[in-house]
Design a binder for this molecule. Structure first.
Ligand code: CDP
Length: 249
């Protein structure tokens, strides 16, 4: 385990088990999801996760262009994660960053695991995610929204993709780190996404180092939280189709 600074004045989890924003260690930030919010897309979703706000739009399956990017064996998932210039405290340069390219890649690969891509050779499924506001955890928020948008598009899926961040701040293992927690001196941030029914891990990245024991303590908390996210995804889809159109909250 990393020995970490003792000059920490910030208490990330207090003696009552409360975090800086009042959450318990295993508690998610408030999450709201709406399915079917962009009529021009084949499927779409809007998601708020704490301060994160994202739109996801799905187009396809459609003929894959340019053709050299097509596969005769499966649909190609083209995932585009994009941050608005105003989505971060400093203006974000609109040019695609290495970070956006990385996030697009890992999210696209994660989402592909849930889709029967082999049924749609020579096609592409384009997933565009626009991050409007962010406060850490935006890749998982994007993937969660994209999965709802994919289901909303009626694309055959073997499961949803749901996730959360897990990690450590101030020596404590916590679920769904916000930006202040991600910036803790001893922070470990692990974006995690699974297929909720099979529990297969489809995205796992790790910023920092933790012990095996810490991992074993925090993973079950993450999995439990992810099942809550999964329920919210299903509820968003049901809410749309219950009203046979775009639902109004
Ligand atoms: O958002 P996520 O946690 O998936 O990715 P990250 O690379 O760990 O970024 C954490 C947070 O840093 C983002 O959610 C943004 O709020 C913030 N950020 C920023 O302020 N400026 C950037 N150019 C990129 C990210």
């Amino acid at each position: 385990m990393m020995a970490k600074k003792t000059e920490d004045k910030i208490v990330y989890v207090d003696s009552k088990g409360k975090r800086l924003d009042g959450r318990k260690v295993e508690e998610l930030r408030p999450i709201k999801i709406r399915a079917g919010v962009i009529p021009s897309a084949d499927g779409s979703a809007y998601l708020e996760w704490g301060q994160n706000k994202v739109f996801a739009a799905v187009h396809g399956p459609r003929p894959c262009l340019p053709k050299h990017t097509a596969s005769p064996y499966k649909a190609v998932i083209k995932f585009d994660y994009k941050m608005a210039t105003f989505s971060v405290p400093d203006r974000k340069n609109p040019r695609p960053s290495r970070r956006e390219i990385e996030i697009s890649k890992v999210c696209g690969e994660a989402l592909e695991k849930a889709i029967f891509v082999e049924r749609f050779p020579n096609t592409e499924i384009v997933v565009i995610v626009a991050v409007i506001d962010s406060d850490a955890g935006s890749r998982i928020a994007s993937l969660t929204a994209a999965s709802v948008a994919m289901a909303d598009a009626g694309i055959p899926m073997r499961d949803m993709v749901a996730g959360t961040g897990i990690g450590r701040a101030g020596g404590k293992m916590i679920v769904d780190l916000n930006k202040a927690e991600e910036d803790a001196p001893d922070a470990v941030d692990i974006p995690l996404a699974i297929l909720p029914n099979s529990k297969e891990i489809v995205l796992l990245q790790m910023d920092g180092i933790m012990t095996k024991k810490e991992w074993e303590d925090v993973y079950p908390l993450g999995e439990k939280a992810i099942m809550q996210v999964y329920e919210l995804q299903k509820n968003a889809l049901k809410a749309k189709y219950a009203k046979n159109g775009v639902e109004e909250k």
